[in-house]
Design a binder for this molecule. Structure first.
Ligand code: MTE
Length: 334
């Protein structure tokens, strides 16, 4: 998909990062073939599983002194790649932030099969290579806001979920989209152990309403920082829904199914009063155990950094998404 009109989510690289980094990245992307012909535009043993999600800052990622202008895109600095790939939530590989990078290194993603099925006229399946060749790849720099009240700015590579869905020709009964992560306890130790997997019922499942799924912001990502996705970030393909809390952005997807009824979602199954189906970022609706009014932006910082910023409604993407919820009470539909 060639993007012709620039929306505020399609930030140009030099708007968000320092010049030298910008040039290095251009080189990397060029090598990978993303550039040219405009394509670039183109605590684990706890008894209560709910303790695993927490908003407590962790020591490893203490931050440098930097204050951000939350609304000013041009002042946003990418979260360093080393943090994006070592501070993860991927409970299939353990509940501590450093577990995924440690436990996912042997994760074999090729061959892979992703099926697009359900209420569609033309179901189909994508293999590993298809993930990188069937759709035009583009880079999107998005903020990721975790429900635990930390956030990052990440340069993703991928394509709109809408493109994938359109190809399957959904029928009129397709009202929701249900997503499923790979179930493979041999490769994913958190699925084999309730303790390591945080009590989540596997496979991890997520869902969107059809209009949310078709919104051009909704991305299927196959890479970040100009490279294919590391295992711990959800290789080979994961969802990124930037106006919703991070738990909606399901990783290592094997099934996208168009369905008639609202599908079950993993964190909602575990604690419905804490994690809703919609999970739109909302500074006015607190999590029952902590405030959502502000967030800790993860940067390259050291200790004692001033990196707490105000959380924006819809994570700052309201212009593109608020209309979808104009008749809904967002306190009820959290
Ligand atoms: N997908 C699966 N399958 N399993 C998970 O545990 N964690 C979610 C989401 N997707 C998760 C998942 C949560 S809580 C967040 S915040 C994001 O992935 C984190 O993505 P990242 O590790 O790439 O930053």
């Amino acid at each position: 998909m060639l993007i012709k009109t620039k929306k505020n989510y399609q930030l140009s690289e030099n708007e968000v990062t320092a010049e030298p980094v910008y040039h290095d990245r251009r080189q990397v992307l060029k090598k990978m073939g993303y550039l040219g012909a405009g394509t670039l535009l183109a605590q684990s043993a706890s008894a209560n599983p709910l303790d695993f999600f927490s908003n407590k800052p962790d020591k490893v990622f203490a931050q440098r002194a930097l204050s951000f202008q939350p609304a000013g895109e041009s002042s946003q600095i990418w979260t360093p790649e080393a943090k994006v790939t070592t501070h993860n939530n991927f409970y299939e590989f353990g509940t501590n932030k450093s577990d995924p990078v440690e436990n996912a290194q042997g994760f074999n993603v090729n061959p892979w099969q992703l099926s697009i099925s359900g209420e569609v006229d033309k179901p189909y399946t994508l293999g590993y290579d298809d993930l990188f060749t069937r759709f035009d790849l583009e880079e999107r720099i998005y903020r990721l806001r975790c429900v635990e009240a930390w956030s990052m700015v990440i340069p993703w590579i991928g394509f709109s979920l809408a493109e994938v869905i359109k190809k399957a020709a959904p029928n009129s009964r397709a009202k929701y989209v249900a997503f499923e992560t790979l179930y493979d306890p041999k490769q994913m130790p958190g699925q084999a152990s309730r303790r390591l997997g945080g009590g989540v019922q596997y496979p991890y499942v997520e869902g969107l309403r059809i209009d949310e799924a078709m919104n051009p912001l909704t991305l299927l990502s196959v890479g970040l920082y100009g490279k294919t996705l590391p295992a711990q970030n959800g290789a080979p393909i994961r969802l990124v829904v930037p106006w919703k809390y991070g738990f909606k952005s399901i990783k290592s997807i094997v099934s996208i199914k168009l369905v008639e009824k609202k599908p079950p979602t993993s964190w909602n199954i575990l604690a419905a009063n804490e994690y809703g189906f919609y999970a739109n970022v909302n500074p006015e609706v607190d999590h029952p155990r902590w405030s959502q009014a502000s967030e800790r932006r993860i940067t390259s910082g050291g200790l004692f950094a001033r990196n707490r910023i105000a959380t924006l409604p819809f994570n700052g993407y309201g212009e593109d998404v608020a209309d979808m919820y104009k008749n809904m009470d967002l306190k009820v539909n959290y």
